[in-house]
Write a protein of this length. Structure first.
Length: 230
């Protein structure tokens, strides 16, 4: 028997914390769409991100080591798969919405430049006369403007909750809004979890890749601040 969207939404009230996002209380999309019979709104966001061109291009973008230098070093894509796994675990433990957390995590780096933060700094320099370059803002451009998958609008038309979560760098600005709704002064729980999961993921796998490459030795690990905390 098929499990309908409504059957998935109904239990949310019983297991989600009061501060969690809910499919039934989403602030919606910029362009109204008919709801899906079997997928919730936040599930659709997750799927749209994974199916996007900008997501697929993460395969060739640098995390720390340039893609192709070894089989097992992380790329932006493998980092982006590890991050949601951590985020969903934290979201489940805190009883907030796993699908929202995962969608934010999957989309957080899709605007990143090739060659990691070095590439980002160079692009920012080259684009200085045109407002510079920031991968967070570029991620927003991709999901809101540049993706072309639908005939009647540009972008992926994601829900307000996911789009707000991708604006973590703007949440602290006074009076910052999205579609006339405030996104600060603090981000909601799912967005904060995605941000924390990002830190956990890249600290852990960047150290692992550095060990494998020989850049860092095991004897040096006790000197690292993140290692002391762990």
């Amino acid at each position: 028997m098929f499990h309908s969207r409504k059957e998935r939404e109904n239990p949310e009230e019983s297991y989600l914390a009061p501060y969690a996002a809910r499919n039934t209380q989403t602030r919606g999309r910029v362009y109204a769409e008919t709801q899906h019979d079997y997928r919730t709104e936040f599930q659709r966001d997750r799927d749209r991100i994974i199916y996007s061109r900008s997501f697929r291009r993460l395969e060739y973008k640098t995390q720390v080591f340039i893609n192709g230098t070894a089989d097992h070093y992380r790329t932006r894509l493998t980092h982006t798969f590890e991050l949601p796994a951590i985020g969903r675990t934290l979201a489940r433990a805190l009883r907030v919405h796993e699908d929202v957390t995962e969608a934010i995590a999957l989309a957080h780096d899709i605007g990143h430049s090739p060659f990691g933060h070095v590439g980002e700094r160079e692009l920012d320099h080259l684009m200085h006369a045109h407002g510079g370059f920031d991968h967070n803002i570029q991620s927003l451009r991709w999901v809101e403007q540049l993706e072309e998958r639908y005939p009647h609008f540009s972008g992926l038309n994601l829900t307000w909750e996911v789009r707000a979560g991708l604006r973590k760098h703007l949440a602290a600005r006074p009076q910052e809004t999205l579609d006339d709704h405030p996104i600060g002064p603090f981000q909601y729980a799912e967005a904060q979890i995605a941000d924390v999961a990002d830190d956990i993921a890249y600290y852990a796998h960047d150290i692992e890749d550095a060990l494998e490459s020989g850049i860092v030795s095991r004897r040096q690990l006790p000197e690292l601040e993140i290692w002391k905390k762990a």
